[in-house]
Each structure stands twice: as structure tokens, then as C-alpha cells.
Design a protein around this ligand. Structure first.
Ligand SMILES: Nc1ncnc2c1ncn2[C@@H]1O[C@H](COP(=O)(O)OP(=O)(O)OP(=O)(O)O)[C@@H](O)[C@H]1O
Ligand SMILES: [Mg+2]
Length: 266
């Protein structure tokens, strides 16, 4: 849940200003909601992007802070894709990550969008990048609550696992991926499979979206039974998620997941 910059305790603001100099302008990002702060922050040396989260107690991280620690640990290992982490600040019960500011636009995954070519390139680049040794998270763990044998989902590929349009920053010269909180190792087809709800939400029909995904070798070569298993698990997990979150984006995601499962499983 986002908060206003002025609600930050003075200790963390001072610690951030050790990196930025006196802050003169703060512009919150329009998208996302996990980090308590996600803002472009400007000072005498220019702008940076700050993501910050509150600990649940002085010596206890809580899920948002853990996500940021994980993002900061993985950032140097995925520099081909992500804005660079230029500093961290920790004070007053808060952790802040300071990234290079990227002035880019989000992607559009709708059926005729030229950004689908961008998406193809990014996924292909991710799929040929070996998972760094530092990546000690396993994507299949997310499905353990809804699948008895998660081994078909396990593997050693680098999986960003949250390629939604707002996690792309497209600039004239380069495409950046942000929001690495879910990055994990997994079997390669998981990345294209996780695109399904985003493609459906962008206006693709299930058959058309599945056909589009055939451009990825990992998807084209995946065992149909494994994709069935995943589609079912995905819908089941989102049904459970809706018990604790009824925010519109969660409802839309659960609906898209169910549409995909219905298409595959009848
Ligand atoms: N380095 C950056 N430069 C400019 N804008 C950024 C940068 N990193 C992130 N953003 C913008 O901020 C938005 C939110 O960032 P991000 O997705 O990383 O955080 P989040 O809100 O915590 O996560 P979630 O989207 O899961 O809620 C992104 O959609 C993007 O528009
Ligand atoms: Mg995001």
C-alpha cells in the first residue's frame, strides 16, 4: 500500500538524501502498489527512482521489505534487463532502494500492438540467460498449495515471473524490466505461461494467445499435460487469492486465469 513521501520518518528521508542531496521534487509512480513508496525523486544531482518499505517491527522485515531485499540482491545479476540499483538506505524502521531513473513508457500487449515484438524479444532474451548462482528461489514453490507434484514446474531457467505491461519501461534506445520481486528459477515455459492472463486482459482470445505463445520454443515444446496442470493450478490459486483481496486488478486476474483454465480443461 502506497503512502505519501511526507509520511516517511525523518531518519529514512535523511538517509536517502545522503545519496541524492536535498530532495526538491517527488513524483509517485502511477502503477503498482506493493512498495510503500515508489517515486521519482529529484535533487541537485538529477533524478533517481526510490522504492521503500516499512518494517513490521524494528528488527523484523515483513513481506514488502523482504521483497526489496530480494530485488536488491538480484539486481547486479540481471543488469542486462533492469535499471541499475545505485544505493540503499536503511533507517527509522524503513528500507529504501535507490535506482537509476528511467523515463520510459509501459508496454501495450493488445492484439495489434507493436509492443508484442518487444515482449517477444524480452522473453527470448530472458530464456537464453542462465539463472545466476545467486538466484536461490524456486518458482514451483508458489504452486505447492494447489499442486501435489510441482516437479513439472521446476527447472533452472531465469524466470522474471511478473511480466505485466507496467513492469516494462520502454525508451527509444532500450527496454527495461522493473519489479524483480518474484524472480525465481523454474522450467522455461513458466514465463510464457504466466503471460496468458496479461494477454487475455489485453484483449486476446485464449486460442489466439496460445497460438501467439508458440513463438517461444519452451512453450511450443512443453508437454500439453504440464500446461493443463499449470492452467488449472493458476486458476485455483487466484480463486484462493480472492478470499483475501477483492481489489479490481485481483478480480480481473482471477477471471483471466479462469478463462484460460476453462479453455484448456473444458
Ligand atoms: N527505475 C525506474 N525508473 C522509473 N520508473 C520506475 C522505475 N522502477 C519502477 N518504475 C515505475 O514504478 C512502477 C512501480 O514499480 P514496481 O513495479 O517496481 O513496484 P511496486 O509498485 O512495488 O510493485 P507492484 O507493481 O508489484 O505493485 C512501475 O510500474 C514503473 O512505472
Ligand atoms: Mg510492478
Amino acid at each position: 500500500m502506497r503512502i505519501d513521501w511526507t509520511e516517511l520518518p525523518a531518519e529514512i528521508r535523511v538517509a536517502i538524501e545522503d545519496h541524492t542531496g536535498t530532495i526538491t521534487d517527488v513524483r509517485p509512480a502511477s502503477e503498482g502498489n506493493h512498495a510503500n513508496i515508489a517515486s521519482t525523486v529529484s535533487g541537485p544531482h538529477g533524478s533517481v527512482f526510490v522504492k521503500a518499505a516499512r518494517k513490521v517491527a524494528t528488527d523484523q522485515n515483513g513481506p514488502e521489505v523482504r521483497s526489496l531485499r530480494w530485488e536488491s540482491a538480484i539486481n547486479p545479476h540481471v543488469s542486462e534487463f533492469t535499471p541499475q540499483l545505485v544505493g540503499t538506505a536503511e533507517a527509522g524502521g524503513w528500507l529504501a532502494l535507490i535506482f537509476e531513473q528511467v523515463d520510459g513508457r509501459h508496454a501495450d500487449f493488445s492484439p495489434e500492438s507493436p509492443d508484442l515484438a518487444v515482449l517477444t524479444e524480452v522473453v527470448n532474451a530472458l530464456q537464453r540467460t542462465p539463472a545466476p548462482d545467486a538466484l536461490k528461489k524456486y518458482v514451483e514453490r508458489r504452486w505447492e498449495s494447489v499442486v501435489q507434484d510441482v516437479s513439472p514446474i521446476a527447472g533452472d531457467c531465469l524466470i522474471h515471473a511478473d511480466l505485466n505491461p507496467a513492469n516494462f519501461l520502454i525508451t527509444p534506445g532500450r527496454v527495461y524490466l522493473v519489479d524483480w520481486a518474484f524472480v525465481a528459477r523454474g522450467t522455461a515455459w513458466v514465463e510464457p505461461a504466466l503471460l496468458m492472463p496479461w494477454l487475455l486482459r489485453a484483449g486476446h482470445e485464449p486460442a489466439e494467445a496460445e497460438k501467439w505463445l508458440l513463438r517461444f520454443a519452451s512453450w511450443a515444446d512443453a508437454e500439453p499435460d504440464h500446461l493443463d496442470l499449470f492452467a488449472g493450478a493458476f486458476a485455483a490459486k487466484w480463486k484462493i487469492n480472492l478470499k483475501t483481496s477483492s481489489e479490481p486488478w485481483a478480480v480481473q486476474h482471477a477471471r483471466a486465469a479462469q478463462t484460460w483454465a476453462d479453455y484448456r480443461l473444458g
